[in-house]
Design a protein around this ligand. Sequence first.
Ligand code: FMN
Length: 355
Amino acid sequence: MKFTNVVIYYFSGTGNAKNTALWVSDEAKKEGIEVEIFNIAKIDNQEIPKPAKNTLIGFISPTHGFHFPAIMRKFVKTFPKSNNCSAFIMNTRAGTRIGNKTICGLSGVLHYWSSIILIRKDYKIVGLLPVDLPSNWISLHPAIKQIGTELIYKRVEPKVRQFTKEIINGKRNYKALFDIIQDIIISPISILYILFAKYFFAKSFIASSDCDMCGLCEKTCPVQAIKQVDGRMFWTYKCESCMKCMNDCPHKAIETAHGFLIVIWFLTSLFVGYLISYLLNYQFFENWQLLQNENIKSLIVSVAIFPFLFIGYRLMHWLMRFKLFERIFVLSSLTKFKFWGRYKAPNKGIKECKK
Ligand SMILES: Cc1cc2nc3c(=O)[nH]c(=O)nc-3n(C[C@H](O)[C@H](O)[C@H](O)COP(=O)(O)O)c2cc1C
C-alpha cells in the first residue's frame, strides 16, 4: 500500500535527527505525499490527536546510552493508539571516520523497546533504520572536524532517502535488526545509562566567566533544564545531555567539568573505602568478605557517587563566584582546549508544523 499521508515526530539536540527528518520529509513530498513534521520538544503530548486512518507515522531521535533519550521514550509511551496506521523508527547514532572507514554507532535496545510499545498500540512497524551521522558527544571526545562531518553526511543522506522511498511505496525495511547480537550484548548498559544520564551527566556542565548571561541556552534548551541561580547558569536533573547548549553557545562558555568529576569520583572512592574498612574492622559484618572484593567496591562507589555529586555540584556552583575557583574548574575541563571544538550539524533548514 502506498501511503497518502506522513507525520514525522522528531527530537534533536544538535541537528542530526532534525536533518534526517528533513530528508524523509523531502523524499516523501517528491513521491507526492502530504507531510507534517513536528519537533516533540515544542508540542504537548496531551494534545496529539489520534492519527488519521492509514497514516504513516515516523519517530526520529538521537541515540543516548543505547536507548532513546527520556523525552522520546515518554513521547512513544504516551502516543495515541493506532487507527489502522503504520510506523517507522529511525535513530541517529555516532558515526565516526577513522581513515577511509566509517565506524557505525550502537543502537542498543531502542528499536525493540519502541517496536513493542507501538505494536501494543496496534501500529504496523514497517521500517527500522539506524542512521550513522557524526557523534555529537563532545563531553567524551573532541568534535569531528567539518570535513569529516560533510563526508559522513554525503554517505548517509542517500541511504535515508532510499529507505524512505521503500517504506512509502509499501515495502518494509528492518535494517536495524542486522545489529541484533551486539544490541543484546550491550542492552544492560542502557539501563545503567538511564541512571547515569539523569544523575551524573546532568551535573557535568558549567558556564565559565565567558558567559554573559545572554540566556540563549536557557531559552533554547529542548527540555528546559537550564536555569539561572545566583546569577550563573545551573543545570537541573531535567538535562538530557543532548549537547545543544554546549554546541550552540555563541561564547563557547559552556564546558564539561572533567576535573570536578574526577575529584568527586576520587572523594567517593576514598569515602567508600574508608567506610568499608571501618565496618569490617569493627566487625559489623564479621564474615562479609564480599566487601573486600574490588568489583563490589566499584559498584558501591558507582551508586554512592550520586549524592556526592548532588552536593558537590551545588558547592562548585557557589564556588564559581570566586575567580580562583572558576579558573580551576574551567582549566581542568578538556572541552576548554581549542582543539576540542564544538559540533555543528550542517544546517539543512526545516519548516516545522506548530500545534
Ligand atoms: C549523551 C549522549 C549519549 C549518546 N549515546 C550514544 C549511543 O549509545 N550510541 C550511539 O551510537 N551514539 C550515541 N550518541 C551519539 C548521538 O546519538 C549522535 O551523535 C546523534 O546523531 C546526535 O543527534 P542530534 O544531533 O539530533 O542530537 C550519544 C550522544 C550523546 C550526547
